[in-house]
Design a protein around this ligand. Structure first.
Ligand code: PYC
Length: 405
């Protein structure tokens, strides 16, 4: 009989080699997917993914695992819809059940200007083939009977953007699936290996140094970190226009299934969904100060809960079991920073993911791998280059950044 528990390890411990073709800093969904697509799509397998903690110990394990493509800008919609399509096939591709539930995603509007914003998003989405439409309180009530759609609340629900393909996925499984894929294709993952310096000679990256004293040679180093992307970039003298803020979330005790949509209110700064196990996952906007703290605060919990109760007053006796924080690297236009840096060869950025990085893991991994392999920037990531800030070519995604504004 087959053993119930798998005996083989999903990834091995490797001894660091003195040279790799590519070193990726950050073993979250971004770093791992870059290594996976380098190997799978481009046969570049001499790759090491390094992380100062355990796999997925940063934002990949701390986010609330919402997948959607209903963005505001043309650039954002193209980008996130490619990611959503990759997510739809990813369990099959990685031969690992990622429990992707496309339960549908509702962005609520409580003011006239928010309704206008939804119309704009719906039109951009539809024009680019993303399934989104504006719906009104009677249809919202049918989809989410527990939601208060009456005119009693301070800010009654006026409309919603309904995005049917949106949903939630098992975030740890995505990390493990990619890590196993990297290993199977001959790449290496090295947890608990902190990069403390990046070597550069004549404007060309030449390798990294670790906290254990190893010197590793590599002509290509990718910064795929979250929370610490500015620190890592400073190692090569690159200043990023990023401010890091905590983002907190919490989970309640399990309840009988009553909610089968992701419900987000940007006006109230809150989102709520129910997991397969019955718990409610709830979160709010980024904390209004810059910090590297991953701790939880009562103030934020009160704000999450107060706003969740405005939407779902029936939850007032439900107990919160757990609360946590992650670190969000916010850029001025709420879009990421992807690609090479002018004047420095071999340093590649996959950073600035704000509160929306997890859903972009597959597309950025695939396209950054393509950039490294072909030495050409794919069109889909060109708008997110670092130089856009000095060229005044921002990709303003604030209007669709869920709750983080
Ligand atoms: O962008 O969907 C999102 C999101 C949800 C929670 C934080 N960000």
């Amino acid at each position: 009989m087959r053993a119930l528990f798998r005996k083989e390890k999903m990834w091995q411990r490797h001894k660091l080699k003195p040279r790799y073709d590519v070193v990726v800093i950050g073993a979250g969904v971004h770093g791992l997917s870059i290594a996976y697509y380098l190997a799978k799509n481009h046969e570049i397998t001499n790759v090491a993914v390094l992380d100062k903690v355990y796999l997925g110990g940063g934002n990949s394990g701390r986010n609330t695992a919402i997948i959607r493509a209903n963005y505001m800008t043309v650039e954002g919609v193209h980008f996130y819809s490619e990611s959503l399509k990759l997510y739809e096939e990813l369990s099959k591709e990685l031969n690992f059940n990622l429990l992707f539930s496309q339960i549908g995603h509702l962005s609520l509007a409580h003011t006239d200007s928010a309704v206008n914003g939804l119309w704009r998003r719906a039109e951009v989405n539809k024009a680019l083939g993303v399934n989104s439409r504006v719906i009104w309180p009677d249809e919202i009530k049918r989809m989410v009977p527990a939601l208060d759609t009456s005119d009693r609340p301070r800010y009654p629900v006026k409309a919603a953007l309904y995005h049917a393909p949106g949903g939630v996925i098992r975030h740890d499984a995505v990390v493990w699936g990619y890590a196993r894929g990297v290993e199977r294709h001959g790449g290496e993952v090295h947890p608990r290996t902190e990069v403390i310096a990046i070597d550069v000679k004549d404007h060309q990256v030449t390798g990294v140094r670790t906290d254990k004293g190893e010197v590793i040679r590599a002509d290509c180093v990718v910064n795929a970190t979250s929370g610490y992307c500015t620190t890592v970039s400073k190692m090569v003298g690159v200043d990023l226009p990023v401010v890091t803020h905590p983002l907190q979330a919490c989970v309640t005790e399990p309840l009988k299934p009553f909610l089968d949509k992701v419900v987000v209110s940007a006006n109230l700064h809150v989102y709520v969904y129910q997991t397969d196990r019955g718990e409610l996952v709830m979160g709010s906007e980024i904390d209004p100060y810059s910090s590297y703290s991953q701790g939880s605060t009562l103030e934020t919990l009160e704000s999450i809960v107060a706003h969740a109760l405005e939407l779902f007053p029936g939850l007032r006796h439900v107990r919160v079991l757990r609360q946590w924080g992650g670190l969000c690297d916010m850029t001025p236009d709420y879009s990421p920073i992807l690609g090479e840096v002018d004047g420095l060869k071999g340093f590649v950025l996959d950073v600035g993911w704000g509160t929306y990085g997890f859903k972009a893991g597959p597309v950025s991994g695939k396209r950054i791998a393509e950039l490294i392999a072909t030495k050409r920037t794919p069109d889909i990531i060109r708008p997110f280059r670092l130089s856009r800030f000095r060229e005044d070519r921002l990709v303003s995604e604030k209007g669709a950044a869920a709750v983080s504004h």
